[in-house]
Ligand binder design. Structure first.
Ligand SMILES: Cc1cc2nc3c(=O)[nH]c(=O)nc-3n(C[C@H](O)[C@H](O)[C@H](O)COP(=O)(O)OP(=O)(O)OC[C@H]3O[C@@H](n4cnc5c(N)ncnc54)[C@H](O)[C@@H]3O)c2cc1C
Length: 417
């Protein structure tokens, strides 16, 4: 009898791919099931930031009071349409309960561990596996139009330095244009995080796909998981659109859609889809060099070899993939207000994806309370690309019962039982 253990990974986003990759490295026989194609979800069109600078969660003291009035503005980056959705309202209530200094630091500490580990794991994987994903070490630049907001950011910069040794350099006034000449003149300033990096997400996914197969993993695209059949405290079968399968281990990495399996998991996963958009366009003559976030609008720009991407907005509209032209127009408006060159009229790709937003800003990584052989890896929110390698490595370590390379407790599902 073979002693090779088998694993089924459900979901071909970056979290599923990284989990499959590290399981292959640990000697598991891996089958990855993806409903459509690898990279059909949030992992395809995101902004590609590998960003330890993003240790702070969305929730923090004063966030609710600050955000509520902006919800009524038509051009607010965050949109929560008034509709009957008890799951969403419960999530918002739980989110509001997270908005204290203590909880913010707990979440930031867990996020920082995943972000820091992932940064070094990415460097290792990209080098060892020769993955061409346009890796670039230009850092990340936060750009401000308002002098007050630029100056206020010093508090966050000092907090990041004190708690996590993260460096940010201030570029006041025209110094920010000297750093990034693609910007218009007249910005109030910018904060640059020199240790951040960025990639082209679709190329990263293609690289993962290649190395999973090279290491003996099988990828089945067009295989939707319809149900997980539990017997006692084990998942006995994975029912798919292409038949029934079984394995020693099941990894659920279906991003924003993970809560659909809550009954089998044994607890309600407080994850909501936070829809965001991106536009990918051809190179500008005055092409951005450094990834940037236009802080007043929360709009992000990512330079790419063949062009650039503008991405943002957070819509809580449930599992709705439609593209709202008004939200897309906000991306163009913000980019036009900050970049010196006019934007190209034509867009290579207009895209929307669901960020898997967990209520406390931390992903859910760990064994399911009701099924011993089921590991959940979902809820990586706005930093799923930047935290995928450490998430995948933790999955493989938990599965193989090895000591985890970082403390796995903050991500455990037991916090929701
Ligand atoms: C506009 C935007 C910009 C972003 N920018 C960044 C960034 O710069 N840096 C960063 O770190 N993060 C960023 N993010 C967040 C990041 O994209 C996500 O956190 C990350 O992609 C989540 O990965 P995932 O693998 O968990 O989910 P997904 O990529 O959504 O993958 C889940 C996969 O599971 C599949 N699936 C679902 N249900 C089933 C089923 N029943 N059977 C089989 N397959 C199934 C789906 O088809 C999908 O392919 C951004 C997100 C958005 C929307």
């Amino acid at each position: 009898m073979s002693d090779v253990r088998s694993a089924i990974v459900i979901g071909g986003g970056l979290v599923g791919c990284a989990s499959a990759y590290y399981l292959c490295r640990e000697g598991w026989k891996v089958t990855l099931l993806e409903r459509q194609r690898v990279g059909s979800g949030a992992s395809h069109g995101n902004c590609g930031y590998v960003c330890p600078s993003h240790a702070m969660p969305l929730s923090g003291p004063g966030v609710v009071a600050h955000t509520l009035p902006s919800l009524f503005k038509r051009d607010a980056p965050l949109s929560i349409p008034a509709r009957f959705d008890p799951g969403l309202w419960k999530w918002l209530l739980q989110f509001a309960q997270q908005c204290s200094s203590d909880r913010m630091i707990v979440a930031a500490t867990g996020r920082n561990a995943l972000l820091t580990s992932s940064m070094s794991l990415y460097r290792e994987i990209v080098r060892e596996e020769s993955i061409d994903c346009e890796w670039s070490d230009q850092g990340l630049l936060l750009v401000y139009k308002s002098g007050k907001a630029f100056e206020r950011y010093v508090e966050t910069a000092e907090l990041l330095k004190r708690e996590f040794e993260i460096d940010a350099v201030a570029y006041p006034g025209e110094a920010v244009k000297e750093l990034e000449p693609a910007l218009k003149s007249g910005m109030a300033g910018g904060w640059h995080f020199p240790a951040d990096a960025h990639v082209r997400p679709d190329k990263l996914l293609a690289g993962f796909k290649r190395v999973i197969e090279k290491r003996g993993g099988e990828i089945r695209e067009g295989a939707e998981v319809l149900a997980l059949r539990r017997e006692g405290n084990l998942v006995a079968a994975v029912e798919t659109s292409r038949g029934s399968l079984a394995a020693d281990l099941i990894v659920l990495a279906t991003g924003a859609e993970a809560p659909k399996f809550s009954r089998v998991i044994g607890c309600r996963l407080p994850i909501q889809p936070g829809k965001g958009y991106s536009l990918t366009m051809q190179r500008l003559e005055n092409q951005p060099r450094i990834p940037m976030i236009f802080e007043e609008h929360h709009v992000a720009v990512t330079p790419m070899e063949l062009g650039f991407r503008v991405g943002s907005t957070m819509e809580f509209t449930g599992y709705d993939r439609s593209i709202n032209p008004k939200r897309v127009a906000l991306l163009r408006k913000s980019a036009a207000e900050h970049l010196e060159d006019p934007l190209p009229v034509t867009v290579d790709e207009e895209w929307a994806g669901w960020r898997p937003m967990s209520v406390d800003g931390l992903p859910c990584i760990g064994r399911a309370p009701a099924a011993r052989n089921l590991i959940v890896a979902a809820g990586n929110g706005m930093i799923g690309l930047a935290t995928a390698p450490a998430t995948g490595k933790l999955v493989a370590e938990i599965a193989s019962e090895h000591t985890p390379h970082i403390d796995a407790t903050p991500y455990s599902l037991s916090r929701f039982v």
